[in-house]
Design a protein around this ligand. Sequence first.
Ligand SMILES: *[C@@H]1O[C@H](CO)[C@@H](O)[C@H](O)[C@H]1NC(C)=O
Ligand SMILES: *[C@@H]1O[C@H](CO)[C@@H](O)[C@H](O)[C@H]1NC(C)=O
Ligand SMILES: *[C@@H]1O[C@H](CO)[C@@H](O)[C@H](O)[C@H]1NC(C)=O
Ligand SMILES: *[C@@H]1O[C@H](CO)[C@@H](O)[C@H](O)[C@H]1NC(C)=O
Ligand SMILES: *[C@@H]1O[C@H](CO)[C@@H](O)[C@H](O)[C@H]1NC(C)=O
Ligand SMILES: *[C@@H]1O[C@H](CO)[C@@H](O)[C@H](O)[C@H]1NC(C)=O
Ligand SMILES: *[C@@H]1O[C@H](CO)[C@@H](O)[C@H](O)[C@H]1NC(C)=O
Ligand SMILES: CC(=O)N[C@H]1CO[C@H](CO)[C@@H](O)[C@@H]1O
Length: 514
Amino acid sequence: MASSKHASPVIAAALFVIMFSHAAAYDPLDPNGNITIKWDVMSWTPDGYVAVVTMTNFQMYRHIMSPGWTLGWVWAKKEVIWSMVGAQATEQGDCSKFKSDIPHCCKKNPTVVDLLPGVPYNQQIANCCKGGVVSSWGQDPSAAVSSFQVSVGRSGTSNKTVKLPKNFTLTGPGPGYTCSQAKIVPSTVFISADGRRRTQAWMTWNVTCTYSQLLASQYPKCCVSLSSFYNSTITPCPTCACGCQDKNRCVESDSKLSSVVKLHKQTKDNAPLLQCTKHMCPIRVHWHVKLNYKEYWRAKIAITNFDYHLNYTQWTLVVEHPNLNNVTQVFSFNYKPIAPYKSKNDTGLFYGLKFYNDVLMEAGPDGNVQSEIILKKDVDSFTFKEGWAFPRKVYFNGDECMMPPPDSYPYLPSSAHSTLLTILPSLAFFWHQERVRSSFRQQNRGMIYRSSKEYTGEDDDVEDNWQRANIPAVRLVQHGKKPSSRIVDSNIKKIWRIMIQSGNDGEIEARLVH
Ligand SMILES: *[C@@H]1O[C@H](CO)[C@@H](O)[C@H](O)[C@H]1NC(C)=O
Ligand SMILES: *[C@@H]1O[C@H](CO)[C@@H](O)[C@H](O)[C@H]1NC(C)=O
Ligand SMILES: *[C@@H]1O[C@H](CO)[C@@H](O)[C@H](O)[C@H]1NC(C)=O
Ligand SMILES: *[C@@H]1O[C@H](CO)[C@@H](O)[C@H](O)[C@H]1NC(C)=O
Ligand SMILES: *[C@@H]1O[C@H](CO)[C@@H](O)[C@H](O)[C@H]1NC(C)=O
Ligand SMILES: *[C@@H]1O[C@H](CO)[C@@H](O)[C@H](O)[C@H]1NC(C)=O
Ligand SMILES: *[C@@H]1O[C@H](CO)[C@@H](O)[C@H](O)[C@H]1NC(C)=O
Ligand SMILES: CC(=O)N[C@H]1CO[C@H](CO)[C@@H](O)[C@@H]1O
C-alpha cells in the first residue's frame, strides 16, 4: 500500500501521459468555451479606419488573471496604428519614415496590452483599463469583456479594400490559446441607451481563440489529495504531479523563506517560487468526505497555494461529481452549476466571495481557501464505496488537476461491521446505519467515525461531539497539547486513548490508540 500511496515518478509520468492524451482544444466540461475578438469598424478615415476591438471571454471558468492578456496580429499590408484608446502597443517599432505625425506603432506585428486601472479619462473607453484582467463568463459575464479602440492608417478605406489582420495570437497570460483566422461577420448593431435608435458598424470581423492545456504547459498546474471520515488514510497528491524539474529552487519551509524571498524579490524574478513538496504543484485541492447524515452528506474542499510569488485573484474551481446535481448548501464559496449537457448536470463552478476569499493568497499561513458543501443523497446512486464520494475531475483556474490513482483512494473498510460487532457488542454502532451514534474500529490505530446524527454544530469541536456521541473515551490527548480528560462510559474495562491531530488541510482527525 505504501508504494501506491507514494507513486513513483515513473507511475506519475505514465498517468500524466494518460491524462493528457485526451487534452485538446476541446474541453468536454465547457464545449462552447472560447474567447471571441470582434473588430467593429466604426468610421473610415482619409487613410484607414477606426475600429473598436472587443474581446469577450465566453469560457465558463477560465478567466484571464493578472498580469493580463496580450494580443498580437500581423498586418496584411503596410498598415500603421495612428493611435489607441484603452490599450497600447508594447513597442513602437521603426517609424523613421514618418516626418510630422508620428504613429503610435509601426510594427508589422504589433503586440497590444490593456492599460492599467486609473489611467486618465481621455485614454479610456468602456470595458478597458483593467490591467488585462478578464473574468470568466461563469463568474461574471459583465466583467468578461475587454475593449479598446484603434485608429489604423495606410489600410483600405472601404469594406472592399480593407484587408483583415492575420495570424492573431493571444496570451492569457502565458501560452495556451490558438486563434482562428479573422472572418467577416454581419455588422454589429448598436442600440442607443434609450433603445430608440439603432446604428451599425461599417464592417465587422471576428476571431475565435480556444484554449488547450497541452499548449499551455507540459505539466499540470495543480493536483488533488483525498481523505474521508471512514478511513484514516490521507491519499496525497501523486509524486511529481506537476513535474519535479524545479526541485532545486523550491523553499523547504516558511521559516527559511524570508531570506530566499528577499533574494528573489531583489532579482525581480517573477517565476514561481514553490514550497518544496512531493508533488511540486503550485496548487493543491484537497477533498475530504467529512460527514454522513441520513439524507445528506458533507464534503470539505480546501485549496492551498504553494507559490510564494503569486496571489491568485478571482480563482475558479470546477468539480465534476455525479452528486453535484443535488447540491443543497455551499459554505464560504460562490457556487454555480455548469450544465454542459442538461441531462448530466454533474459539474459545478466554485469561486471566492468578493472581498472575503476571492484572492487565494501567496503560500504561507494565509495561502488557502476552504469551503464545505452539503449534498442530498440520491438513494439509487449514493455510496461511500469505490471512491464514489470523490470528485471525477477537478480544474483550478481552468486547468485540469492531477488526481491520485484510483487504487490509492481511501476506501471503505470492508470488515468494519464484523469487527465492531465482535469487539464492542454493546456498542454495535455502525456509521451507515440509522441508529448510529458513533463507532470505531479496533486496530492498532483506528479512526473514530463521527456520527452525523449526533453532529449538529458547525464547529469542529471534537471533544464535544464525542461526549454527545457517547464514545467510551477516557482521555483525549490533543496532539502536542496537554491531555484533557473526559470519562464518558464507566463500564469500559480498557483504557482507550484518543489522539486528535490536525490533518494536512487543518482537518481535525481523531485516532483511537489501543
Ligand atoms: C464561441 O463561443 C460562443 C459562446 O459560447 C459560441 O456561441 C460560438 O459558437 C463559439 N464560437 C466558436 C467558433 O466555437
Ligand atoms: C462575433 O463575436 C461576437 C462577440 O464579440 C458574437 O456575439 C458574435 O456572435 C460573433 N459572430 C459570429 C458570426 O461568430
Ligand atoms: C460592403 O458594403 C456594402 C454597402 O454597405 C455592402 O453591400 C457589401 O456587402 C459590403 N461588403 C462586405 C465585404 O462587407
Ligand atoms: C501566419 O502564420 C503561418 C503559420 O503559422 C505562416 O505560414 C504565415 O507566414 C504567417 N503569416 C504572416 C503574414 O506572418
Ligand atoms: C499578495 O497580496 C498581499 C496583500 O495584498 C501583498 O502584501 C503581497 O505582496 C502579494 N503578493 C504577491 C506575490 O503579489
Ligand atoms: C442542476 O443542479 C443544480 C444543483 O446543483 C440544480 O439547482 C439545478 O436545478 C439542476 N439543473 C438541472 C437542469 O437539472
Ligand atoms: C483505507 O484505504 C486504504 C487505501 O487507500 C487501504 O489500504 C486501507 O486498508 C483502508 N483502511 C481501512 C481501515 O480499511
Ligand atoms: C434525491 C434527489 O433530490 N434527487 C434529485 C437530484 O437531482 C435530479 C435532477 O438534477 C433530480 O431528478 C433528483 O430527483
